[in-house]
Ligand binder design. Structure first.
Ligand SMILES: [Zn+2]
Length: 294
């Protein structure tokens, strides 16, 4: 299974919902119980509302460079320093951002649903910071705060140990889990190297053309294998990747509702039992209120 990229733009012009639409939502959602199985799939549109730049449009450009060309193994091989600078800036941007109402609503739904899994294409930590437990979340395109060796399977969460490690030329030895979103990552010009094999460390994300992380795919497949879902919500994603559509359809195949929240039409729209053409931060709190208080 080949991935595309670890971030996707989404947020187009704001759409609107009619009163009729809202009534329709309520009717259908009354059938979803607290014991239900719920799959939620999110994309860059959810984080865009927290101010995380997306990969599309002028806002996505960095130093006049196209992110779609930076987020590739080829770009990293050609200029790892440039790619690392971009990722360090993105990490800082994410640290400065706050979860929005969409993140909070999904965390609330996770508390109420019987068996919820969130599959997010976002590499930021905003779902976790909104209170969603890690065991209920799959970051299918990786984790921007994770670094991994480009050669062996060594990995580390970046922290100030990275700075110490590179300064004393011992790679990421001693790296420990990040202490939190406000932790200050020291800007450095040196490249990080693996503590075990001394190869270059790289951001722990999935780049264009790379395989999805097998462990994470396995977690999604295990969840789908346990039974059909009562409700599938696909929010803030253009659903460009075949596996996103596949998972959404398989999860809802046995009569479950498939609700799409996205300002624009996507490949999932055709199959959705309900489409809400609004940004996730507006639509999800209302939708999830209805689910939790039918
Ligand atoms: Zn290594």
């Amino acid at each position: 299974m080949v991935a595309g990229i670890e971030g996707r733009s989404q947020l187009g012009p704001c759409a609107f919902a009619t009163a009729l639409h809202r009534d329709h939502e309520k009717d259908r959602l009354g059938k979803v119980t607290d014991a239900g199985r719920v799959l939620v799939i999110t994309g860059a549109g959810v984080s865009a509302e927290s101010g995380i730049p997306t990969f599309r449009g002028e806002d996505g450009y960095w130093r006049n460079l196209d992110p779609a060309k930076l987020a590739t193994p080829e770009a990293f091989a050609r200029d790892p320093k440039l790619v690392w600078e971009w990722y360090r800036e993105r990490r800082q941007c994410i640290r400065n951002a706050q979860p929005n109402a969409a993140h909070a609503a999904i965390a609330k739904l996770a508390q109420r649903a019987g068996d919820l899994l969130l599959v997010t294409q976002n590499v930021d930590d905003l779902h976790a910071r909104a209170g969603l437990p890690k065991e209920k979340m799959v970051q299918i395109h990786g984790d921007i705060f994770l670094s991994r060796c480009s050669r062996c399977d060594w990995r580390a969460e970046l922290c100030d140990a990275e700075e110490r490690g590179t300064r004393n030329n011992s790679g990421l030895a001693g790296a420990r889990p990040s202490t939190g979103p406000n932790e200050h990552e020291i800007q450095q010009t040196d490249l990080p190297y693996c503590a075990r094999c001394h190869a270059l460390m790289r951001p722990g994300v999935v780049w264009f053309g790379e395989q999805l992380p097998w462990d994470e795919v396995r977690r999604v497949e295990d969840y789908l294998g346990r039974g059909a879902c009562d409700l599938v919500i696909v929010a803030g994603t253009t659903a460009t990747f075949g596996y996103i559509i596949d998972w959404a359809l398989r999860a809802s195949t046995d009569g479950g509702q498939l609700i799409e929240v996205n300002p624009d039409e996507t490949p999932v729209s055709t199959f959705a039992t309900q489409r809400i053409h609004e940004p996730a931060a507006i639509a999800l709190p209302r939708l999830i209120d209805q689910i939790c208080n039918p």
